[in-house]
Design a binder for this molecule. Structure first.
Ligand SMILES: *[C@@H]1O[C@H](CO)[C@@H](O)[C@H](O)[C@H]1NC(C)=O
Ligand SMILES: *[C@@H]1O[C@H](CO)[C@@H](O)[C@H](O)[C@H]1NC(C)=O
Ligand SMILES: *[C@@H]1O[C@H](CO)[C@@H](O)[C@H](O)[C@H]1NC(C)=O
Ligand SMILES: *[C@@H]1O[C@H](CO)[C@@H](O)[C@H](O)[C@H]1NC(C)=O
Ligand SMILES: *[C@@H]1O[C@H](CO)[C@@H](O)[C@H](O)[C@H]1NC(C)=O
Ligand SMILES: *[C@@H]1O[C@H](CO)[C@@H](O)[C@H](O)[C@H]1NC(C)=O
Length: 650
């Protein structure tokens, strides 16, 4: 009888085992570590400084369990973390708090990206992630490079907010990647299905108002009556140290208080005084320079508006004439664009870019379809990108550059209007299961991009560096002719003058290795173009990690080339009889040459155009396919001087 009682008692206490733990420091046997996560001076260090990818996770080994197997439990937790990139100028990554059904959740699909746990491509598992994101990922609609967000099984957050805390009603921003210790509090309410996230610098008591509060029944799909919690982080080639210094977790009531007074403080390696003063002054200089340039641009643009406004008031005809829409980027009114896009309806969203959403619209008067890009108002970068697009693409005209039809700036709204490209992005074609591009079509598309880039580099009064060439920024019109789009990061330079190094921007997987040190050059655009060539021919993403090709795409093709197995590289969906192996190999070799580690050894865009033109012509004459060179003929290099015909009309 007693034994039975004991068993029942034990069973009851086990099944309702509650979690209430506090780690003021860590040892290796307390948690489940996977990947590169280790203990380093009694803190958890999630990734390792290596020359390639790294990802790591640390999970509490026991699940948090609901009172029966259909109740989702509640819990609250607090932890102290610090994030420190090795260099200030390189891309940053951040870390994530994860709720999962497993202590070793799957999802190492995208080497080192998305906190080493999420994927844009697959649903890895039902997971809920609180991201402390220090990198801006243009693909994911991230509003800035320092935010906290909640993700449901996708790196696109359902809610997010600039990192910081509320002191009463006043919002105070906090820089996540300063290396300083930051405390976070998370309350998960399994009954009402909600989650609150609060952060503050260590030493500040817990703010009353949470930074993020997300209550939605949909959470039920991503959590379970038995859930495991832990941390995850990843990095690509650039190094970043993501640490957890202390952690408390409880499934009933508040978590135990972390004593933050003697946690280690990990700051940049160089001596604190000199590094901070120099970084502040260089940061200040860069900041002031940017503000000056933006202000100058703004003044000149607003001068233009003012001039236009006065002109408009003078002659009453305010209406936009048909020819005006056809020929000249002009200013649209907000009402006009709201009407065209059905009041910016969600149904009209074509995509989300680095800087904002893109809507499809119809200008009824002319029956013209347009794409309207709204620039994020709250991003500091927004105005800069808006200006950048108007000042570059607004003045460029070339058959392989997406035409800018106009812009609108009213109050906080910044909108850019382009021709609508019915066939979407090249990315959506290469990685689609339903659509396949033939060899000949791929060759035509690559030639188009090469011509567009050649125009930017050599064809216009000023040198234009695009700085973000990638397949998702290349758009296809109704005839599948490719055009370069998204000039949000583009910069203008005087020909012959060396571009000055600027903030490191671009997209991981497409960035030339020397970018960190040397800044943007024609060579770095050519490198990105080379990656696109390999992507188009191989049908593979630049940073995919599969057992078979664990290397970045460039290294993988390079290795095949060294081993004399280049013929294994092309996309299997291109029918073998469509191409001659020697031609396919020439295109791959061209891609590899563009991706040479040594910038001086990369070919010039003029040479690239010639080679691709010749190949394209060979297949075109055999196949009599559609050609989209109705705008101009670029068949030989000597014709290149003609390009000024497509320059700005003044
Ligand atoms: C990174 O490099 C190390 C050492 O060269 C190697 O052992 C490891 O497999 C590499 N990791 C990946 C993901 O390529
Ligand atoms: C689980 O427990 C909740 C209350 O804790 C109760 O409402 C529910 O009916 C229980 N479900 C089952 C299947 O026992
Ligand atoms: C709880 O789970 C067990 C094992 O999966 C199952 O046998 C039992 O029917 C479940 N109970 C309820 C109330 O759903
Ligand atoms: C989350 O925050 C909201 C708003 O401050 C509050 O009403 C709610 O009780 C909080 N939830 C939890 C679980 O603490
Ligand atoms: C990352 O750290 C490793 C090891 O210290 C180093 O070899 C590598 O160059 C670093 N990567 C970068 C991009 O600085
Ligand atoms: C925190 O730790 C320090 C040093 O170990 C100790 O002096 C202090 O009393 C502790 N504070 C609390 C609130 O326990």
């Amino acid at each position: 009888m007693l034994i039975l009682f004991l068993i029942i008692y034990l069973y009851a206490s086990l099944s309702s085992a509650s979690v209430d733990v506090l780690f003021n420091s860590f040892t290796s046997n307390q948690l489940i570590f996977t990947g590169d996560a280790t203990i380093d001076s009694s803190t958890i260090k999630l990734t390792k400084n290596v020359n390639n990818f790294s990802l790591g996770r640390a999970f509490y080994p026991y699940p948090i369990i609901g009172s029966n197997n259909s109740t989702i439990p509640s819990f609250s937790t607090s932890f102290v973390f610090s994030i420190l990139p090795q260099r200030k100028t390189t891309p940053e990554f951040g870390l994530a708090f994860v709720i999962s059904t497993s202590a070793i959740p799957p999802g190492d699909l995208l080497a080192g990206q998305y906190f080493g746990i999420l994927s844009t491509k697959h649903s890895v598992a039902p997971i809920l992630v609180v991201e402390f994101d220090t990198g801006q990922n243009p693909e994911l609609d991230d509003n800035n490079d320092n935010h906290v967000g909640i993700d449901l099984n996708s790196p696109i957050s359902v809610v997010k907010h600039e990192a910081g805390f509320y002191d009463g009603d006043e919002f105070k921003p906090v820089k996540l990647s300063s290396g300083k210790n930051i405390q976070a509090w998370i309350e998960f309410d399994g009954k009402e299905l909600g989650i609150n996230v609060t952060i503050a610098p260590v030493g500040t008591s817990k703010p009353l108002k949470p930074l993020l509060s997300y209550y939605d029944g949909v959470i039920a799909k991503y959590v379970s009556p038995s859930m495991l919690v832990g941390f995850s982080a990843g990095k690509t080639i650039w190094n970043e140290t993501q640490r957890i210094l202390a952690w408390s977790l409880a499934d009933k009531g508040a978590p135990r208080q972390i004593n933050t007074s003697d946690l280690p403080i990990i700051l940049p390696e160089s001596s604190p005084s000199s590094s901070s003063s120099s970084s502040i002054s260089s940061g200040l200089i860069v900041g002031i320079a940017i503000i000056c340039v933006a202000a100058l641009l703004f003044i000149s643009l607003s001068g233009l508006y003012w001039f236009k406004l006065r002109k408009k008031r003078g002659d009453k005809s305010d209406e936009v004439e048909g020819w005006e829409i056809d020929y000249w980027p002009h200013r649209f009114s907000y009402e006009e664009l709201a009407r065209a896009t059905n009041q910016f309806s969600d149904d009209e969203i074509l995509g989300r870019g680095g800087s904002g959403k893109v809507f499809k619209g119809l200008i009824q008067a002319n029956n013209i379809f347009i794409a309207v890009k709204s620039i994020n108002r709250d991003s500091k970068q927004g105005l800069r990108e808006f200006m950048s697009e108007i000042s570059t693409i607004g003045r460029l005209q070339h058959k392989n550059v997406v035409p800018l039809r106009g812009w609108c700036k009213e109050g906080q709204e910044m909108l850019l209007v382009y021709d609508y490209m019915p066939n979407g992005s090249l990315y959506s074609w290469i990685f689609s299961n339903s659509k396949t591009l033939s060899w000949h079509r791929r060759l035509m598309i690559l030639t188009d991009i090469a011509e567009g880039l050649n125009y930017l580099h050599h064809g216009w009064l000023q040198l234009v560096l695009h700085r973000d060439i990638k397949s998702s920024n290349i758009l296809l019109d109704s005839d599948l002719c490719a055009k370069l789009g998204d000039f949000g990061l583009a910069k203008l330079y005087i020909h012959g003058q060396a571009p000055t190094p600027t903030r490191l921007v671009g997209t991981i997987g497409y960035m030339a290795p020397e970018l960190v040190k040397a800044g943007p050059t024609m060579g770095s655009d050519i490198f990105s173009f080379g990656v696109v060539v390999l992507e188009v021919v191989c049908g593979r993403k630049p940073t995919e990690m599969h057992s078979e090709y664990a290397l970045a795409l460039v290294d993988w093709v390079r290795k095949l080339h060294r081993d004399g197995r280049l013929s294994e590289a092309p996309d299997l969906r291109i029918a073998r009889e469509e191409y001659e192996v020697a031609d396919m190999e020439r295109v791959l070799e061209l891609g590899l040459a563009c991706c040479d580690d040594v910038p001086e050894l990369r070919p010039d865009m003029k040479e690239v155009v010639t080679l691709l033109m010749n190949l394209k012509t060979k297949y075109t004459s055999e196949l009599q396919g559609v050609d989209c060179s109705d705008f101009g003929d670029f068949s030989t290099i000597s014709n290149l001087s003609v390009t000024s015909d497509y320059g700005p009309r003044t």
